[in-house]
Design a protein around this ligand. Structure first.
Ligand code: GLN
Length: 238
């Protein structure tokens, strides 16, 4: 277990963070603090170089213009890429999956080079995906259904280096007809789930914490509020 403060990088909250995605960093910090692990959030804005030394990173969603600013910044200061190469967990929500892929096309059809941390490409689809999304996890270390709120027009195709996070049981997910939701490659987990995703999916939060700390298990946190939230959100599929 880490003895010093665990540092969570909240990457570019000034341009990426729709639907309260910054809350994912709060959830990670809170779930560590409740277990007596000292943790803090380090906000990395467009005014900062991206540090490679943090213990885990989260990025939120964004619309086209903000997404493009973030892409340029991450390519200019490749700290996130270096951190992922040494195995630091990275959680990328919605537009961030697109940014971390090889390229994405904006809604006006312009192709933008991404960061290439995920073997994935994104193109706009005819119909915007809006609403609840639920999937059965296929990624290692997860068993509980994943739940979130999606709102995106981009559809993401995974290449052979990336595996899906889940198989969609309700909603759209990656939106290219393969039934997949999200992308996993090395220490990077991408998902279309807003919510914030980690408030709704504590197992995913704890997987990220475990990997960052290099521990096999964590003290369980059976929180009534989380159970109630999951019950409500999973009920939409009934
Ligand atoms: N602009 C992107 C899309 O529509 C991402 C949207 C988001 O992050 N919510 O695909």
């Amino acid at each position: 277990m880490a003895e010093s403060t665990v540092r969570i990088g909240l990457v570019l909250p000034d341009v990426m963070g729709t639907y309260g995605d910054g809350g994912n960093a709060l959830i990670l910090r809170q779930r560590m603090r409740m277990r007596g692990i000292d943790a803090e959030i380090v906000e990395i804005t467009l005014d900062d170089e991206v540090p490679e030394s943090l213990d885990m990173y989260t990025l939120g969603g964004a619309e086209d213009y903000a997404q493009r600013l973030a892409t340029r910044h991450l390519n200019r200061y490749p700290g996130l890429q270096r951190a992922a190469e040494r195995g630091a967990p990275v959680l990328a929500i919605c537009a961030a999956i697109q940014v971390l892929g090889h390229w994405y096309e904006t809604s006006s059809g312009e192709r933008v080079d991404g960061v290439s941390m995920l073997d994935a490409t994104t193109s706009p689809q005819d119909v915007r995906a809006i609403g609840e999304v639920i999937s059965t996890p296929v990624a290692d270390g997860l068993t509980a259904p994943l739940t979130g709120f999606e709102n995106h027009r981009g559809g993401t195709t995974l290449g052979p280096q990336a595996a899906p996070l889940g198989r969609v049981t309700y909603g759209v997910g990656n939106g290219v007809g393969d039934g997949f939701e999200g992308a996993v490659q090395g220490s990077v987990i991408g998902t279309y789930m807003h919510g914030p995703a980690l408030a709704r999916n504590p197992e995913l939060a704890d997987l990220i914490i475990q990997r960052a700390l290099g521990v096999e298990e964590l003290t369980p946190l059976p929180l009534d509020e989380v159970a109630q939230l999951r019950k409500e959100r999973l009920a939409v599929a009934k």
